[in-house]
Design a protein around this ligand. Structure first.
Ligand code: IVH
Length: 676
């Protein structure tokens, strides 16, 4: 191959690879398989290795590869990156609208663009003739850090703009926010916790920490995303409005948030705020408000700006999800497996509209690391579906009267010795018949996703255990009406309902029963794997560690725990009593003659309206089967939120993909997970 031929082939490969990156990362709609993509990339790498002169900064091979830096250089922004004023109430937002109308000398409605306020890190990307040339943090607004190499690792940032618009501007400064999605944030923290590394307090810190790495390989390992919402300098192109800018960005292959709306007047903005406030809970990333911008650029110019913020835009913040409050006491809760969890009891405080008076402190190490003491003023946060937690102590408010916390040496419920297993962060009560463990164990057994005994709530479980009527789950099936009706504040009618619910639970499918037993490291998923594999409780109960580990998806930890569980004579006795009471060890959930007979399903991602277990049961009850891995034999792949690699594999294999709604339709269930 001549040098000229090599140059042409490199160019062709780069164009193809960037096109497939865009299909895959930005549109989430790949056209080729991973293997085909890898072949293209490998060919390009080899060509560039043979002809290093042909390497260009925008080549897809350059996304990671530069040597770690010792410090960041500074980049001065051509046009300062301004900040935003905040509005915290509808009144303040209307005041903003009033100011804008005065500045623009109009009494009519203003056209605004309303956008989610993404909670990440503001950055600026510079494109020269369509090619990404440098990128920086906002810094102090005047100058930021040169993080070009790290930004190149973010797959939703195109190294070259797409040619869907006539010509490229000679210079374009794109502004936007780098974020990390909530699930990636949680996973990152879980990995850090396992390694004993300090945790990120929130997704914004995680995104900022990941971007400001001197070694871009570390940034590359963190799943960051980028959304564009603004512009700096642009030469060689004309725009007339914010909306127009965002439209052209999309055409160039830049990621623009889907929830941005054009609003005719401030009332529509207020409606949008309410809508986003609701939607916020379901978004896979954090937003902390909305940003409202005058749409027309000439009107923006007319309104002008102050020293640090424009007069034509404002952030209308959601109610804060972090608040400060005081720790009144630290108590210790004992969980189902005997783990002691310290919990802060706090002066009640409203966080994002929800009253919070308790927060988990995780374990003693976490308390020591944050130096949390009884009497401290602390910052508490509620993020998404996460349990409230203490972010940090406000050390400046200490009065010297605060008391450090030490885990008790005996269980606060049963008084037996507490041990800390070597290598684990948690302390444990070792007494298997500890009433606290028993109560949690019964609640787990009766839970919706387990034996589904309706009416078996916290109060009745506490009464049953405290009165001595129930000492293990098998005792539930021996309860009689008089015993229940004699409990304080239990009417005969609800006692009968509870007995009916207990009776009804005898016919649950095997997987639910396995999950209900509360074996350590056996969650719903492992329970389903066991049930699929053994189909029969007796076979499972006698399985060896090797047999268990040979099942795809079951690791040594779960296998060992299962074997240990069935080695315990107490556990065997309970199981025998369950059988005697008529609990079916493997009630037939499957039908081979239903409407889905012969059809196989794979699930990936989280379903909103029902658990995986319930979805599997439904499929099986209609004659279908559920498999854990994607293969050509699979008929349907059901894709929920944040799907894993199975979704990609399914798309590449051309399998039929169902959204959650389509699945519900197929199995005739409504979006609440009930059969229709
Ligand atoms: S526009 C002059 N739009 O909020 C306009 N900012 O509090 C300046 N942010 O520094 C920014 N989402 O980090 C804009 N849709 C959005 C935004 C947004 C998040 C951040 C950005 C900015 C900060 C100001």
């Amino acid at each position: 191959m001549t040098l000229e031929e090599a140059r042409q082939r490199c160019e062709q490969l780069r164009a193809e690879i960037e096109h497939h990156n865009y299909r895959y990362y930005t549109l989430d709609d790949p056209e080729i398989s991973d293997a085909q993509y890898d072949r293209l990339l490998r060919e390009l790498i080899e060509l560039e290795q043979t002809h290093p002169d042909l390497i260009t900064p925008e080549s897809p091979t350059q996304r990671v590869g530069a040597a770690p830096l010792t410090e960041f250089e500074t980049i001065t922004h051509t046009i300062p990156m301004l900040s935003l004023d905040n509005a915290f109430s509808e009144g303040e937002l209307r005041d903003f609208d009033g100011r804008v109308r005065r500045l623009l000398e109009t009494s009519g409605r203003i056209e605004y663009v309303a956008e989610p306020k993404l909670d990440g890190l503001a950055v600026e990307l510079v494109y020269e003739n369509g090619i990404f040339s440098s990128g920086s943090t906002r810094g102090d607004g005047i100058a930021g850090e040169n993080i070009t190499q790290n930004l190149k690792t973010i797959k939703t940032i195109p190294l070259k703009l797409r040619k869907d618009v006539q010509g490229f501007p000679s210079r374009l400064e794109v502004r936007g926010e780098v974020i990390i999605k909530l699930n990636a944030f949680r996973q990152l923290n879980a990995t850090r916790e396992a390694k004993g590394e300090p945790l990120f307090a929130n997704p914004r810190n995680a995104a900022a920490g990941s971007l400001r790495q001197l070694d871009s390989k570390i940034t590359a390992s963190r799943p960051l995303d980028f959304f564009c919402y603004g512009i700096g300098q642009f030469i060689g192109i004309a725009f007339d409005s914010q909306w127009h800018i965002l439209e052209i960005y999309r055409k160039w292959g830049l990621m623009v948030n889907l929830h941005i709306r054009k609003c005719d007047g401030i009332n529509e903005v207020i409606e949008y705020y309410a809508y986003m406030n609701e939607l916020r809970e379901q978004l896979p990333y954090e937003i902390d408000g909305i940003v409202v911008k005058v749409n027309q650029l000439d009107l923006q110019r007319k309104a002008g700006e102050k020293s640090r913020s424009p007069r034509w835009a404002i952030a209308y913040k959601f109610k804060a999800r972090q608040e400060t409050t005081k720790i009144l006491d630290i108590i210790v809760q004992v969980g189902r497996t005997g783990t002691l969890t310290p919990v802060a009891l706090m002066e009640p405080v409203k966080i994002g509209g929800v009253e919070v008076s308790r927060a988990t402190l995780h374990n003693q190490d976490e308390i020591d690391r944050k130096d949390i003491r009884v009497g401290d003023w602390v910052v508490v946060q509620r993020a998404g579906d996460v349990i409230p937690e203490v972010v940090k102590v406000i050390a400046s408010r200490r009065t010297k009267g605060e008391k450090p916390f030490k885990m008790p040496e005996t269980c606060p419920v049963c008084g037996s010795a507490v041990v800390r297993v070597e290598g684990e962060a948690s302390h444990r009560c070792q007494n298997l018949s500890c009433p606290a463990q028993l109560k949690e164990g019964i609640k787990h057994f009766a839970a919706k996703r387990a034996m589904d005994i309706e009416g078996m709530g916290d109060k009745i479980v506490a009464q049953l255990v405290d009165s001595g009527l129930v000492k293990n789950v098998a005792d539930l099936y021996g309860l009689i009406l008089d015993q229940l009706a004699n409990l304080e504040r239990v009417a005969e009618k609800s006692a009968q309902n509870l007995l009916d619910a207990i009776e009804g639970s005898k016919k649950r499918p095997l997987a639910r029963l396995i999950f209900a037993l509360g074996i350590r490291f056996v969650g719903e998923h492992v329970a389903h794997l066991l049930s699929d594999h053994f189909k029969n409780f007796d076979k499972m109960r006698h399985a060896t560690q090797e047999e268990l580990e040979a099942i795809d998806g079951i690791g040594p930890q779960s296998a060992q725990s299962i074997v240990q569980f069935f080695e315990s004579p107490e556990n065997i006795k309970i199981i025998e009593r369950l059988i005697e009471s008529g609990v079916e060890l493997g009630a037939p959930a499957k039908s081979s003659s239903g409407r889905l007979a012969g059809k196989s399903f794979v699930f990936t991602g989280t379903l909103k309206s029902l658990s995986r277990g319930k979805a599997q049961e439904r499929v099986e009850s209609m004659g279908g089967v559920v498999s854990s891995s994607v293969s050509k034999k699979v008929d349907y792949v059901v894709v929920g939120d944040d799907p894993g690699s199975k979704a990609d594999k399914a798309r590449q294999s051309g399998l039929t993909i169902l959204t959650e709604d389509e699945f519900l339709e197929l199995v005739k269930m409504n979006p609440k997970g009930y059969c229709t």
